[in-house]
Design a binder for this molecule. Structure first.
Ligand code: ASP
Length: 300
């Protein structure tokens, strides 16, 4: 079985040139971190968690520290992880003090008492699991504060939500997504990322998918599940299903992007925004990265 991994660092308008290199480096490093897990014999689930943790810890991305701020200047993060093998999933929403929300999602997947925990209950669960916590102010960077100042009204997607999909040596696929959400979102708003079938999905017989872009249209389109549905019901190959699902997002008034993988290691990384930072490593082991429409090059 070929090993493969893809990561994204969010769809949105093309970033300023001075940010581009940091985004390329970030997604490249995350893809390598996840790939190292696969090379060591680890599972797809562990690989996507590791890749997403790397991006949550990188303040250039809208997940973990550096998350986009709600209209009231606070952070509320969403994350999900899904296992194609068996279909188990875990997710957290509107969490404020868990250093790596994807780790809490993963712990919940393993725990199995619930699929999605929000707010304080998710924090207590993270505490119980011995996960690292941080005070809410720790997540707020100067850059995120400056961005909120510029963005008075709730804004469309900003580049920076993160996600990963992977195929391991046992032929299992998995997906994970993590985000601070839409910049200047109303307090209490939960996006597509932690919702199974909307922003995150994995099923062994079809695909593992992580989405980014306008959250509300993605939820209404059930975008990640739409890739699955087009593969199962219309018999489309992964790349065609991914393109068509994303084209359907426009009917719901949204733009965005997604990354998807199937059990044969086929990858698709389409987007309808100006840019989607992304990196991937296929069976030949070469790490490729790109931010906008330019051809991908070796990841830094
Ligand atoms: N989809 C994310 C959300 O709406 C934002 C993004 O991908 O930029 O929460």
């Amino acid at each position: 079985v070929p090993l493969a991994i893809a990561v994204h660092g969010g769809a949105g308008p093309a970033p300023a040139p001075e940010r581009e290199e940091a985004l390329r480096a970030g997604v490249g490093a995350a893809a390598r971190a996840g790939h190292a897990v696969l090379l060591a014999g680890g599972g797809a689930l562990a690989a996507v968690e590791t890749a997403v943790v790397a991006l949550e810890d990188d303040p250039h991305f809208n997940a973990g520290r550096g998350s986009a701020l709600s209209a009231d200047g606070t952070v509320a993060m969403d994350a999900a992880i899904a296992d194609g093998a068996g279909g188990a999933a875990g997710a957290v929403a509107a969490v404020r003090d868990i250093r790596n929300p994807v780790r809490a999602a993963s712990a919940l997947l393993a725990d199995g008492r619930a699929l999605l925990l929000a707010g304080d209950g998710a924090s207590r669960f993270a505490e119980e699991q011995g996960l690292e916590r941080r005070p809410p102010a720790w997540f707020v960077t100067d850059e995120a504060r400056a961005r909120l100042e510029r963005t008075r009204a709730p804004a469309p997607a900003a580049p920076g939500t993160v996600g990963a999909v992977a195929l391991d040596g046992a032929g299992r696929i998995a997906a994970a997504t993590s985000t601070g959400g839409r910049p200047a979102k109303p307090p209490g708003r939960i996006g597509d990322s932690p919702l199974l079938g909307a922003g995150t999905w994995a099923a062994a017989e079809t695909a593992a998918v992580s989405c980014t872009g306008d959250g509300e249209p993605i939820i209404r389109a059930a975008l990640a599940h739409e890739v699955d549905a087009l593969m199962r019901h219309a018999g489309l190959p992964l790349a065609v299903a991914a393109e068509r699902a994303l084209a359907g997002l426009a009917r719901h008034g949204g733009t965005g992007g997604l990354i998807a993988i199937d059990a044969a290691g086929a990858l698709a990384l389409p987007f309808t925004t100006g840019a989607m930072s992304r990196a991937w490593i296929g069976p030949d082991g070469t790490a490729l990265a790109a931010v906008g429409q330019e051809p991908a090059t070796r990841a830094p």
